[in-house]
Design a binder for this molecule. Structure first.
Ligand SMILES: Cc1ncc(COP(=O)(O)O)c(C=O)c1O
Ligand SMILES: [Zn+2]
Length: 461
């Protein structure tokens, strides 16, 4: 009920601290925000939201990055690197090829640690300081651990990260390691890691900074504010739709909260709220399953698999916040294959935008829904890309071309560059990585025919 798009503004309860309090999304119980540690409701164990006595207005926002939006955050400033203020790229070729009125790509990989997680951590670590805790922890498919390690280091705090063994991309572990986190590799998937770290948090051993922590989502909310402000600046209107990858469904929940707060502040009409469209990998799609069956709850998937390891999640803990976001904005959710993800990753790279596989899921999902006619040609769309290409170098190598060995000699290098067989090999290699083998053979034939034609022309025949 409290997650309606146009919920009335609430009066400040006695437990509030400077206009801020925590509220259970199910039973409505309210809690003081910084007296004790709450991750979920002590009465009914449902998710909590941060609530404010004063909804924000666009005029309140000043400065840059996440803290520009401090009128909608629990503090005025936090432990910052700084984060936010990421580009909203134009992608004219993709826009035309997919066939929508406008397409922009919000590249969250341009945050300090290369993923949107920094927005949540700058707020989360500030709250940890306010609470006086000293050991921070998270379960992670990789990016959360990198961000926690960096922000914990910046804040001078101990960090502990639990990762699914063998399933985290190299760049992310490297970050967590160098920033000084203790890395515990669990013989299980992300969801098991989260179960364990929640137990540790409930026993008071660590302060939990997964997106189950309602303060994390406050920082991530600023993605929504940034998209709306920039889109309005460029087009004089807000986007019709935002398409985003879904793992734990934190961003879906956070964007919806940003929009609800702007509606409450009278800044946005309900009809202006962008349609939230979630994308999951086929091998880890419990949210899609729930939406397709019109359910209010997800069913946990115990076995999950996808090349997009960042969204290899079978139990999206923020689903109770995110599903209303999808339903109340007339949105939907769609699953895409790993091949579709890799194709989208390659196409974004062709536009100069380097993202990791999970991020490319948004573009793959847009394409799939557009082809199915569920997204129409007149829509203005923003795709969220959540993490940088360098996070997952192995996936980038798999999707990209291989280096060509050449002799240590300029003439030999020149000869190699002009050698038609090596051009052909490189073209076929690129094509075969991009597509299935029969298409690769056909396209390889085309390349060979073109090279033959070029040779004939250069011989003046
Ligand atoms: C790159 C990337 N994209 C998407 C997600 C999923 O985000 P959310 O949990 O907000 O759905 C993650 C989370 O781990 C991520 O690292
Ligand atoms: Zn409750």
């Amino acid at each position: 009920m409290s997650l309606e798009l146009s919920a009335p503004t609430q009066s400040e309860p006695a437990c509030a601290d400077d206009g801020v309090w925590l509220e259970c999304i199910e039973c409505g119980e309210q809690w003081a925000p910084f007296d004790d540690i709450h991750y979920t409701c002590a009465d009914c164990d449902s998710l909590l939201e941060v609530r404010y006595a004063e909804p924000p207005t666009f005029d309140d926002f000043e400065g840059r990055g996440v803290w520009r939006y401090n009128a909608a955050l629990p503090f005025k400033e936090g432990v910052t690197l700084p984060e936010g203020d990421t580009p909203l790229h134009e992608v004219p070729d993709l826009q035309e090829e997919i066939g929508v009125d406008s397409l922009r790509v919000k590249h969250e990989g341009m945050n300090p640690t290369g993923a949107f997680k920094d927005r949540g951590m700058t707020v989360g670590v500030a709250v940890a300081k306010e609470l006086g805790v000293d050991r921070l922890a998270c379960a992670s498919t990789g990016n959360t651990s990198a961000a926690l390690a960096a922000y914990g280091a910046r804040g001078g705090m101990e960090t502990l990260v639990l990762l699914p063994s063998g399933k985290v991309a190299a760049g992310k572990i490297a970050q967590a390691s160098l920033h000084g986190a203790r890395i515990l590799e669990v013989d299980g998937n992300f969801d098991s890691c989260l179960d364990i770290v929640q137990d540790l948090a409930n026993r008071g051993e660590v302060y939990l900074l997964n997106s189950l922590n309602p303060f994390r989502l406050e920082g991530q909310k600023t993605i929504g504010f940034e998209i709306l402000e920039k889109h309005y600046e460029d087009y004089g209107e807000y986007p019709d739709r935002i398409v985003l990858p879904v793992g734990n469904a934190g961003n879906t929940a956070a964007l919806y909260k940003a929009f609800r707060e702007l509606v409450a502040g009278g800044e946005l009409d309900e009809e202006q709220v962008p349609t939230l469209t979630g994308v999951q990998a086929e091998g880890a799609a419990p949210m899609v399953e729930a939406v397709e069956n019109d359910r209010d709850e997800i069913e946990r998937w115990d076995d999950v698999e996808t090349r997009a390891t960042a969204i290899r999640i079978g139990n999206p803990v923020n689903a109770p916040k995110a599903l209303p976001g999808i339903y109340n904005t007339d949105g939907t959710a769609v699953a895409v294959s790993d091949e579709q993800i890799t194709t989208a990753q390659r196409q974004l790279a062709e536009a100069g935008i380097g993202v990791e596989p999970a991020s490319a899921a948004s573009v793959a999902g847009l394409r799939k829904l557009r082809e199915a006619g569920e997204i129409t040609a007149d829509e203005s769309v923003v795709c969220l890309t959540t993490g940088h290409l360098l996070k997952d170098p192995d996936a980038a190598f798999e999707a990209g071309g291989d280096p060509e060995p050449v002799p240590n000699d300029t003439d030999a290098v020149l000869e190699h560059i002009d050698d038609e067989q090596s051009v052909l090999d490189a073209a076929i290699q690129g094509v075969s990585k991009a597509t299935d083998s029969s298409l690769a053979a056909a396209l390889g034939g085309l390349v060979a025919a073109y090279l033959g034609y070029r040779k004939l022309r250069s011989n003046g025949e």
